[in-house]
Design a protein around this ligand. Structure first.
Ligand SMILES: Cc1ncc(COP(=O)(O)O)c(C=O)c1O
Length: 471
């Protein structure tokens, strides 16, 4: 009896996975009971029990004399609309909750929906360890000096080769290696502004942007941003007309937290606005390798004829979290960035740079990336489907084509900062409340969810708990 019971659970789980992977789409008829019993070599009664279980959980519904169909509500939730910040010039004050959320990510007992870090088990840590051990054994004693800023020539060569392969003309001398993208963005912003200047940023924006703007005593204008298309071209145009903008900081691909991907048309339009006003662009492209499409989307840097774009990225999200190695293609600003690095952190860790150069040039980097993209796309789909199923119907959700974040807009009365407290205190679950991504308690009813982790029973239970708390 118990064997029989587990078999129908297995069949139900298999079909659920197929629905989550969008093999069966909402409205599709799944195989008839007779057909499925032939395919699976099980009795029609076992299939019927599996289908009834799926029906009770809302994955399918039965139509009399027609069969079982995938529930239409699996894509019932709307996409959030373009944001409407005030677009005024002001000092930025970072929300203190950022530090609580970052701290909660360190707790091993937490289900880290609020984390910005990708699931560490997604990375070739053993091979990276071997590359690091080999580097340390063989590295010339002078390396600590020869690899001072702008950084390891081997790594800069490996990075330049990848840009050239993507059709972006970059020279080794344009690149400065940094301690992660956070440093490349900070140094770049320092290179093109002075305290009191105003920067145009997205709304919502990655909290690292807000922290850097505050730390450098700059002001910011938060620009309306579309969850699908990124920073609004019209809004940016209005902002540069109204304010004396000294730099613009944005993500054209898989924006954090919205996941937006700019169209080629918008990338060109943004470039034209900034060229016209001679405003440098800090393009944060840390998720550039995490695209789900066949073709890698281009950054705005690919269209930069004037050398106004400082393109910042790192290995933190795609290969080696914790190695703290990033870079900026700074072009005409490279010397300034290099000098600022010498004055602040001196240099990125040398063994890490050399080991990554080895791995990128001679390891299976592209094989790893293909697998990583496939896994992330699948995990995102599973998370989206579960949210569609369990969350209130007024929830709005993004559908990014890369990266590993979902942005959710919940019913207006829900305060996600309060929700975070309950989730941390009572359920060991974290979320990133919307208020982390803007300066003045905007996005109180929004949250960012990390979907890079494997879809296990524990994850599913945590998501259902989260949905229950929201309900
Ligand atoms: C949008 C964005 N930019 C930059 C960073 C920082 O990257 P790194 O870890 O390489 O410093 C992050 C990390 O979360 C990020 O999400």
């Amino acid at each position: 009896m118990s064997l029989h019971k587990s078999r129908y659970h297995e069949v139900a789980a298999e079909i659920q996975l197929q629905i989550e992977q969008r093999i069966w789409l909402p409205g599709d008829r799944i195989p008839s009971i007779r057909k499925m019993s032939q395919i699976q070599h099980i009795s029609p009664m076992t299939v019927l029990k599996a289908y009834e279980l799926l029906e009770s959980e809302g994955w399918v519904y039965a139509k009399i004399r027609s069969g079982y169909f995938v529930s239409a509500h699996l894509n019932r939730l709307a996409i959030p609309k373009q944001t409407t910040p005030q677009m005024i010039n002001r000092a930025i004050k970072i929300n203190e909750h950022v530090f609580d959320v970052l701290k909660s990510c360190k707790r091993p007992d937490i289900v880290p929906f609020g984390s910005a870090f990708p699931d560490p088990s997604l990375f070739p840590l053993r091979q990276l360890g071997l590359a690091l051990a080999k580097t340390i054994k063989t590295m010339p004693v002078q390396s600590a000096v020869t690899e001072l800023p702008p950084g390891s020539i081997a790594l800069r060569r490996a990075i330049a080769k990848r840009y050239i392969r993507d059709g972006i003309d970059v020279s080794i001398d344009d690149i400065v290696i940094t301690s992660g993208a956070m440093e490349s963005l900070g140094l770049s912003l320092m290179a093109v502004t002075k305290p009191g200047d105003t920067v145009a940023i997205e709304s919502p924006a990655f909290y690292g942007v807000l922290q850097t703007v505050e730390r450098l005593q700059l002001k910011a204008v938060e620009v309306a941003t579309d969850p699908q298309l990124g920073m609004s071209v019209d809004a940016l145009m209005a902002v540069v007309e109204r304010h004396d903008i000294k730099a613009c900081w944005l993500m054209s691909k898989f924006q954090n937290p919205l996941g937006a991907l700019m169209s080629e048309e918008n990338k060109l339009a943004i470039r034209d606005i900034l060229v016209e006003k001679k405003i440098p662009l800090l393009e944060d492209d840390v998720y550039s390798e995490l695209y789900f499409s066949e073709q890698k989307p281009k950054p705005i840097k690919a269209y930069d004829e004037q050398g106004l774009v400082l393109h910042c990225s790192s290995f933190s999200k795609c290969l080696a979290p914790g190695f703290r190695v990033g870079w900026v293609v700074a072009g005409r600003y490279a010397k300034q960035v290099e000098q600022l690095q010498l004055m602040t952190t001196l240099s990125a860790a040398v063994p890490n740079q050399l080991a990554l150069a080895q791995f990128v040039l001679h390891g299976n980097y592209d094989v790893h990336l293909r697998k990583l993209r496939r896994l992330l796309a699948g995990r995102q789909q599973q998370m989206q489907n579960a949210i569609e199923l369990y969350f209130p119907s007024e929830t709005k959700i993004t559908r990014p084509e890369g990266g590993y974040f979902l942005w959710l807009e919940l019913p207006a009365h829900i305060n996600t900062a309060n929700l975070l407290q309950v989730l941390l205190d009572e359920h060991n679950i974290s979320i990133a409340p919307g208020t982390l991504f803007a300066s003045d308690n905007k996005y109180q009813n929004c949250m960012r969810i990390n979907c890079s982790y494997a879809w296990t029973d524990k994850t599913k239970r945590a998501l259902i708990t989260l949905a229950r708390c929201i309900h």
